[in-house]
Design a binder for this molecule. Sequence first.
Ligand code: BYC
Length: 335
Amino acid sequence: MYTQGLDAAGADARADSAASDDEAALLQRFQRRVDAEEKIEPKDWMPERYRSTLIRQISQHAHSEIVGMLPEGNWITRAPTLQRKAILIAKVQDEGGHGAYLYSAAETLGVSRDQLIDQLLSGKAKYSSIFNYPTPTWADVGAIGWLVDGAAIMNQIPLCRCSYGPYARAMVRVCREESFHQRQGYDIMLRLSQGSAAQRRMAQEALNRWWWPALMMFGPPDADSTHSSDSQRWKIKRFSNDELRQKFVDFTVPQAQFLGLTVPDPELRWNEAAERHDIGAIDWREFEQVLKGNGPCNAERLAARRSAHEQGAWVREAASAYAEKRRARGASRAA
Ligand code: BYC
């Protein structure tokens, strides 16, 4: 009996080792494809952690787009002119569209949209820290377009070359639209900074509110980034959090100077030798608090999403009933 057990154990071990040889070969082939810049598509073999990392990042990204509609959506009824209102409606609608493409991209990895929405509404899923800050003035709408969409572009242009095909392709259109969003935000800031003293003050105060949270959008410092090494090896991320943050600073500081606004960082300096701007210390405790749900608007944002989800139940039911009717009609025609 004991020897039979040993035989079985030996067979199991041989099967396990064959399986792990297969797995190692698959893994090697996968990494070779990634290194050769081939796109990984939904039906291709991929390591489970690649899949789960993508589901995590793409769904957080989708949630950010959807929650990100709230701070600016808040200003649609109060935009100062009809033209500004039309532009803002289009921008906020674009963000909803980005959320929709991204949920679809996440679904190609074997997760359902309902599961993802449940994770958001239950507070389990993260979304970008930036959307937990308030928009008390019209200048905040300008600052979001300029800084938040500006930071988003910096982070998302490299995602157009992400190794996962559906995410990379979704990013191409998203980036084109973000570029329009950034310009509309900068245009609002330009108008305000060329306006009355009160308008200039409003623009400066909005920059003061959004500068540091915009820098936090790029994620924790590289030394504390838990996912970066895997994501960079798999070419999901092409640059580190700190590299992209630095690019954003170098790009944005001259734009602030052109507006005649002051970046709210007394330690900001041009470093001639390194050819970059050095910045003061970021308050990472604030970032951690926002991630824990203790930012100025976390509760308000989730409450708004939950209420929108409940109020939209009849639309989902009607769409499902219509889809069912079409399916049944198609089936009876085919019979
Ligand atoms: N906020 O290991 P790390 C937009 C989390 S919306 C919250 O560096 P990773 C727009 C991170 O998730 C555009 N959480 O992570 C919409 C991880 O937590 P978990 C939003 C953050 O993934 C409307 C932990 O910290 N853009 O443009 O390698 C209106 C450790 O971080 C944040 C995207 O979503 C944060 N800021 O790198 C206007 C871009 N940062 O999951 C505009 C796609 C980090 O272990 N995402 N965390 O619990 C990415 O590129 C990457 O996910 C990140 C973080 C660079 C953000």
